[in-house]
Design a protein around this ligand. Structure first.
Ligand SMILES: [Zn+2]
Length: 420
């Protein structure tokens, strides 16, 4: 059996049972060795090498769990810099939908390759992605060649009355659902690291019938739902005008909200809707850079988290960010929370939780990844946080506010060193 012992690390386990608010931060760091067998963390502690075991020593690097992003679009990576200076709806209509409509399986594989390289260089080993309306099998196929864990699906859009749609981009709902069935058969659970989720793009791109059917299918099949919700004031107004109710109330009534649902953005969410979110158990994918760049606003995540709503982080697509870097989103989330709710409203420790265990929990993968503990996948980010330019604060402060991916020395996925 292959066995690898990592020594000389400051381990940052980020386990789910760590005290809320951080408590004594020093107690979250273990100067210990970590043993990897069969791609999983086998043991943590004062460990001596086993006969024949490979040993690697690191001079005091910090080891975090592989970072998690809960909302990206691999398919949009080729469009970086091509959709500037627009709010959400014109951004979609004038740029993103026409660009996505041009995709072929070949360009989707290329887009995926570039995205995954960037995600891994940023320490992100697990993510959830919404793809475009066709050829999503090409994205799954490409991901088979890369050391990542991913939840993804084809974007569902069947409302042809939406203005500005490229020809054929609103697909027949039964055709789209047939593609979902095929993706589930071919890829869901593949290598225990690729998973399918239903991805209705957002309420305004789907008919009520399709939304309802997605809710029913996801429930019957035990699959996840990943959608955009309440991102921009214009979107929220249009939904209210069409349905006579708020976005989240509508999603609830159509059977789309539950513990297996991720809602990207949730910027335009009032008190009543926060309650709906809380009652449903759905999680939020917070995409702070995108929300700023498209002028959508700031999601009230401090309030969400106080209610026990799980919040993960997402870079969203390359054209609305224009980075796919988890540390950028983590820093942005922390800064905005201080601005919105006052200094200390989101500590660096809490922001690190969103990047790791809380992110994993918010997409249903916390039994597999998101923390360093025996039995979990050996996904690690090894960082040098000792440079003078990073200051002398606790490691969470250094990670969130001072560090960038420049400090990443190694990334491991399932116990294998990733070529960065
Ligand atoms: Zn998005």
């Amino acid at each position: 059996m292959n066995s690898l012992l990592l020594k000389g690390l400051h381990l940052v386990p980020m386990t789910e049972d760590a005290p809320a608010g951080g408590g004594d931060l020093a107690s979250h760091i273990l100067d210990a060795s970590l043993r990897i067998q069969e791609g999983k963390i086998k043991d943590i502690g004062d460990l001596s090498p086993l006969p024949g075991e490979e040993v690697r020593s690191f001079g005091g690097l910090y080891a975090f769990p592989g970072f998690v992003q809960t909302h990206v679009h691999l398919c949009q990576t080729l469009f970086r810099g091509l959709a500037e200076d627009r709010p959400l709806l014109p951004w979609l209509r004038e740029k993103i939908w026409p660009l996505e409509a041009e995709h072929s399986p070949k360009t989707l594989r290329q887009s995926t390759r570039i995205a995954v390289d960037e995600l891994l260089r940023g320490g992100c080993t697990t993510f959830q992605s919404m793809e475009t309306v066709w050829h999503t099998s090409a994205v799954f196929e490409e991901l088979l060649d890369h050391p990542v864990r991913a939840i993804l699906g084809n974007a569902l859009m069947d409302d042809a009355s939406v203005p500005g749609l490229p020809k054929g981009f609103a697909r027949d709902s039964q055709d789209s659902l047939a593609e979902c069935e095929q993706l589930i058969r071919s890829f869901h659970g593949r290598e225990d690291r690729l998973f399918f989720a239903y991805n209705p793009r957002f309420v305004l791109s789907c008919t009520e019938g399709l939304l309802r059917e997605v809710g029913q299918r996801a429930k019957a099949e035990g699959l996840r739902i990943h959608t955009h919700a309440s991102e921009h004031p214009g979107e929220a107004r249009a939904i209210r005008a069409r349905y006579g109710k708020d976005n989240l109330a509508l999603l609830r009534d159509l059977g789309l909200l539950g513990p297996r649902t991720t809602l990207a953005h949730c910027v335009q969410v009032g008190e009543e809707e926060e309650k709906i979110l809380q009652d449903s158990g759905a999680s939020v994918a917070h995409c702070p850079s995108t929300n700023l760049k498209l002028g959508s606003g700031i999601a009230p995540i401090v309030g969400f988290r106080k209610r026990g709503i799980r919040v993960g982080l997402g870079a969203d697509g390359a054209p609305c960010n224009n980075r796919l870097d988890p540390l950028t989103e983590c820093r942005q989330a922390a800064l905005l929370a201080q601005f919105q709710a006052g200094p200390g409203a989101l500590s660096a420790y809490e922001a690190t939780r969103m990047l790791t265990i809380e992110g994993a929990a918010s997409i249903g993968l916390d039994k597999v990844c998101g923390s360093l503990e025996p039995g979990k996948s050996a996904d690690l980010v090894l960082m040098d946080l000792c440079g003078e330019e990073l200051g002398k604060g606790d490691p969470f402060t250094r990670l969130v506010y001072s560090a960038s991916r420049e400090q990443i020395r190694h990334v491991l996925f399932r116990g294998e060193f990733v070529q960065l």
